[in-house]
Design a protein around this ligand. Structure first.
Ligand SMILES: *[C@@H]1O[C@H](CO)[C@@H](O)[C@H](O)[C@H]1NC(C)=O
Ligand SMILES: *[C@@H]1O[C@H](CO)[C@@H](O)[C@H](O)[C@H]1NC(C)=O
Ligand SMILES: *[C@@H]1O[C@H](CO)[C@@H](O)[C@H](O)[C@H]1NC(C)=O
Ligand SMILES: [Zn+2]
Length: 529
């Protein structure tokens, strides 16, 4: 290792890499490198003042399953793809000035699902596992019991404030995270009418989207299968999926009729050529459904057939920014989560990198003075970076060194990335010596056998820039995010709190807190006496 470092200092890079030792940038050997970087970070902060503006626009990026380990591993992979060691890489959202931690548990689950978490982040109220847009008094799969428990979301507040709205996702547009912005359902999988068979008084999510939410300006994602009738073949696959509607409705046609009847300039597209042909300057309502099911993983995307998440984000902003009153846009990098569930770490990290590209796109198209951008994960995953590997070691490969620091007791190597549980469990452990762990579909090992790796329960980070972004501080309950976004934009419950220099007018909500404080003081007093 010493030899390698010395060689490296002499810039004999290739010799060093071939020796499978660390890949250390020479500048890092100089103490001044670290001192200078720290000082410039301090100075940058000292120069910075809080932005008390009202946010005209809010863009909310949710990386589904974007836990802290995924961010770190994606950062390393991105750097390595660019020929760097990787660990020192900074992702676009890691440059945002404000960061907080988000406690992601659901009211009824220690480790949450995306329905409960998205509902919390979009409505401002925490709720239960599997619920979409309902408060915690509702119960999973109980249609009748869900009545009266519906929660408004920041998307509703934005519509009422005269803002344009949009949703971009790489999942089905009816999937849990996007659905939580516009629908109310006691079961996240009530996506189409085939899923609500026998339930008479609750409508499926696709129907709610078209019947109640056709005023959303931009809807991009997958999920055509829940919009087409079972008499109509999918235009791309030429087949009728068992999920096609049985109520005879073609919701895509219904959406188009609604827009046309109002004289709106609208467009429905289902492939990249059509998407590219739409001129955003003369389109105010745009529905894009690019797959029968979820959109393709970025690593497998046919780049002549489907837009990337960055392309969808760009087009969405182009359509939304024409409004006078600004906009609210939700962008979900949905398939980080799906890849993790299948323990396909390489895909999960590439999904994260393409999600980051969408964030860069939004940053480039907006101004921090009037646009709040918030980036977070809805929950984490049972996903690890392990071993004392050399600096710059291939993050998708095997941990090294194995022997000198913490030798494996079975003398077999292990991957740097691993899952706590998942489909990659094997006993006895496979000898991975010489095994190629770089395939797109290589299933990373796990400690416990389950078909689908589970979410993780630890906190995730929130990154923010723009008006009132400094309210993202400390360790917060996840539902706090909706409040800060609404407060920043002065909409919904904060419509009368537009003066950001003044404390929020507090009615019953705040007394609750002070009562606790009084009780605590009283208790303290009693115990002292
Ligand atoms: C379509 O749905 C109707 C109503 O449920 C059903 O009767 C019919 O068999 C379905 N057709 C196909 C092709 O699945
Ligand atoms: C990508 O899509 C185009 C257009 O539909 C098609 O012609 C081509 O075969 C596809 N490529 C792959 C690799 O599937
Ligand atoms: C693992 O495989 C390598 C290469 O075949 C071999 O040298 C090594 O002894 C094996 N280790 C164990 C513990 O079986
Ligand atoms: Zn998940």
């Amino acid at each position: 290792m010493l030899i390698c470092t010395v060689l490296f200092a002499l810039t004999l890079t290739k010799v060093c890499l071939a020796a499978a030792g660390p890949n250390i940038p020479t500048q890092e050997l100089d103490p001044q490198f670290w001192n200078r970087m720290a000082k410039s970070q301090i100075n940058a902060r000292l120069k910075m003042s809080h932005n008390y503006n009202t946010a005209k626009n809010v863009i909310f990026f949710i990386g589904d399953g974007l836990g802290p380990t995924t961010v770190t591993a994606a950062r390393i992979l991105k750097g390595q793809l660019a020929g760097q060691p990787g660990e020192e890489t900074v992702l676009a959202f890691e440059r945002f000035p404000n960061v907080a931690l988000s406690k992601t548990y659901n009211v009824d689950r220690q480790t949450p699902d995306s329905a409960g978490t998205a509902s919390a982040m979009l409505s401002g109220v925490k709720t239960n596992y599997y619920l979409i847009g309902l408060n915690a008094r509702a119960s999973r799969a109980d249609c009748e019991g869900s009545k009266g428990k519906e929660m408004d979301t920041i998307l509703d507040w934005a519509v009422r404030a005269g803002k344009r709205t949009g949703i971009v996702t790489t999942a089905r547009i009816t999937h849990a995270t996007p659905a939580a912005a516009y629908a109310h359902a006691a079961d996240r999988y009530w996506e189409g009418d085939v899923n609500t068979k026998g339930i008479t008084s609750c409508r499926d999510i696709a129907q709610q989207l078209v019947d109640d939410n056709a005023d959303i300006n931009v809807l991009f994602g997958g999920g055509r299968r829940h919009f087409l009738p079972n008499t109509t073949a999918d235009p791309e696959t030429n087949t009728i999926d068992k999920n096609h509607r049985q109520d005879g409705r073609n919701l895509i046609e219904d959406w188009t009729k609604y827009q046309t009847s109002r004289g709106r300039r609208s467009a429905y597209v289902w492939n990249l050529d059509q998407f590219n042909a739409v001129n955003p300057t003369d389109t105010d309502y745009m529905l894009g459904l690019f797959e029968p099911n979820h959109m393709q993983y970025e690593l497998e995307r046919n780049t002549s057939r489907e837009p990337s998440i960055a392309m969808m984000t760009q087009k969405a902003i182009e359509v939304l920014r024409k409004g006078d009153n600004g906009y609210f846009l939700l962008v979900e990098g949905a398939r980080i989560d799906h890849a993790h569930h299948d323990s396909l770490a390489k895909k999960a990290l590439h999904e994260t990198i393409s999600f980051e590209a969408a964030i860069s796109q939004a940053v480039a198209m907006t101004n921090q003075e009037d646009t709040l951008i918030v980036v977070t994960g809805d929950h984490s995953h049972a996903f690890d970076i392990q071993g004392y590997s050399y600096r710059g070691l291939d993050i998708l490969g095997l941990a090294d060194p194995l022997e000198e620091d913490e030798p494996t007791l079975d003398q077999k190597p292990y991957t740097i990335l691993q899952y706590g549980n998942g489909p990659g469990y094997e006993t006895p452990r496979k000898n991975l010596t010489g095994v190629d762990t770089h395939g797109n579909n290589y299933i990373f090992p796990s400690g416990v056998p389950v078909e689908w790796e589970t979410h993780g329960g630890e906190d995730v980070a929130i990154y923010a820039q723009g008006p009132m972004a400094h309210l993202f501080y400390g360790v917060q309950e996840q539902n706090y995010i909706a409040h800060v976004m609404a407060y920043s934009a002065c909409i919904g419950p904060y419509t009368t709190s537009c003066d950001h220099g003044q404390p929020i007018e507090c009615t019953s909500g705040c007394e609750h807190v002070s009562l606790h404080i009084y009780a605590f003081i009283a208790l303290l007093f009693v115990s002292l006496v």
